[in-house]
Ligand binder design. Structure first.
Ligand SMILES: [Zn+2]
Length: 450
């Protein structure tokens, strides 16, 4: 079925919910009609008052294939994405082996994803101390950005870079107008001694706010001096907000995201010996996270992303409970929408704002804004249909990730994804996977601006 109609009294069009019918044809939104519209001989799907919105775009996901497919792979991750209403994701350059720091590795990654993509997938390349010369070729090959770490990444093949490496590649990023994505933690010794590695407070204190703010100052300095696009991934430290805010008032080339786990959990509820909650930067205290929410409600964040970064139970130290030996990363790709919607409802986040942060805004960041992120004539038919009144418990049998361990397990959440369409094909029907392998590899089209 390549041509059909989708009707709902709540289609999210032009930033508002309206009664409309979408005419899907040949992978695209062929036409948008006001109200209920039937056309003879064209299949009609009536979703009544379910929300019909553009598919979610998750611009920060670690899939780990090839090389660490036992952690997570394209098949399982993109199934989870589809069930979660995510129709496009962008994959990070580390955790897989080899890491995506050369064109050769980038080709291997694309090869590894063949016949396993159930949603659309693009990729970032990485900057490490030895690959300055590979950056331009990576960009020409279609990566959506270049990611770097300012502290140890957790993956030895992906060492962190110092400022001068970023200065070296900045002119190339400028030339192609490609964003630099930075993990903002700048390590120093000004941290308390660890007494008990199983205590969450010890872990939290080992990665203080000033690591983040020092790194953010560095990121802003690079952004300003080279006039390039710089994106701060997963902001956790509320002390960083003021400096980001000040710079964002002067430029639209600085962008910032945060993730569901910083908005849904607080340090106070994290038990000791439970590295399932470990991520870096860490989940901080409630008072900090309230400030992240405040910034979000005031349109501070450019978009929201999952930073899905799972690992096998042994690597997560689920039995031993040592925060310092455990892999740092939260598994949660599938639950971004219900988690944010559930907490957002309590905080006064409107649906309109939430949807923009998950669709149009990341599309804009990725340069896909003329193709994805809106229900508009000519756009790709990536569509998510969900029921904002339905409450459900997150249980192991519903999880599509390779490993079922996630801090969201057994939480009751609102907002169930019912149907997902990728490139005009229904991949999820009544919350069950249907037609697989509909995802496409997305390559960024670049233009030399010299
Ligand atoms: Zn990440």
């Amino acid at each position: 079925m390549t041509e059909f109609l989708i009707h709902s009294s709540r289609c999210f069009i032009d930033n508002a919910f309206i009664d409309a019918t979408l005419h899907i044809k040949d992978q695209k939104i062929f036409q948008v009609y006001k109200g209920l519209c039937l056309i003879e001989n064209i299949h009609f799907l009536d979703y009544k008052n379910f929300i019909v919105m553009p598919g979610i775009i998750d611009a920060h996901v670690h899939i780990n294939e090839p090389g660490r497919t036992d952690w997570e792979g394209f098949d399982t991750a993109t199934k989870a994405a589809a069930i979660g209403g995510i129709t496009t994701l962008i994959e990070m350059p580390l955790n897989a082996s080899p890491v995506t720091t050369t064109v050769e590795a980038f080709k291997l990654k694309q090869e590894a994803s063949k016949n396993k993509l159930h949603v659309n997938c693009g990729f970032y390349g990485g900057i490490i101390p030895s690959n300055e010369k590979d950056i331009e070729d990576l960009i020409k090959s279609g990566v959506f950005g270049i990611k770097g770490f300012l502290t140890h990444s957790g993956i030895d093949e992906f060492p962190n870079v110092e400022k001068h490496y970023l200065e070296t590649i900045a002119p190339i990023l400028k030339q192609y107008d490609i964003p630099l994505l930075l993990h903002c933690e700048l390590t120093d010794d000004n941290v308390p001694k660890v007494i008990n590695p199983k205590k969450y407070q010890d872990y939290l204190k080992s990665r203080p706010q000033h690591w983040e703010t020092n790194a953010i100052d560095l990121a802003i300095d690079i952004q300003e001096r080279f006039d390039i696009k710089v994106h701060i991934v997963h902001l956790s430290a509320s002390d960083g907000i003021e400096r980001i805010k000040n710079r964002k008032e002067k430029t639209n080339k600085l962008t910032v995201e945060t993730c569901p786990h910083y908005l849904f959990f607080n340090a106070e509820i994290i038990p000791d010996a439970s590295p399932i909650y470990k991520c870096a930067p860490p989940i901080r205290e409630k008072s900090n996270n309230d400030k992240l929410w405040d910034y979000l409600l005031h349109d501070g964040f450019s978009f929201l992303a999952s930073d899905h970064s799972p690992a096998p139970p042994e690597r997560k130290q689920l039995e031993e409970g040592d925060f310092f030996k455990a892999w740092g990363g939260i598994s949660g790709l599938q639950f971004t929408l219900p988690v944010l919607f559930t907490e957002g409802k309590k905080r006064g986040l409107t649906l309109e704002k939430l949807i923009l942060l998950l669709t149009q805004n990341p599309a804009q960041f990725l340069g896909l804004e003329l193709q994805k992120g809106k229900l508009e004539k000519g756009f790709d038919a990536d569509i998510t249909v969900w029921d904002d009144t339905q409450e459900f418990k997150i249980t192991e049998d519903s999880i599509q990730h390779k490993h079922k361990a996630t801090p969201y397990l057994y939480h009751n959440v609102f907002g169930k994804v019912i149907h997902t369409f990728v490139n005009g094909v229904q991949v999820v029907e009544k919350s069950k996977l249907k037609n697989l392998q509909q995802g496409q590899i997305l390559l960024k089209e670049t233009h030399d601006r010299r």
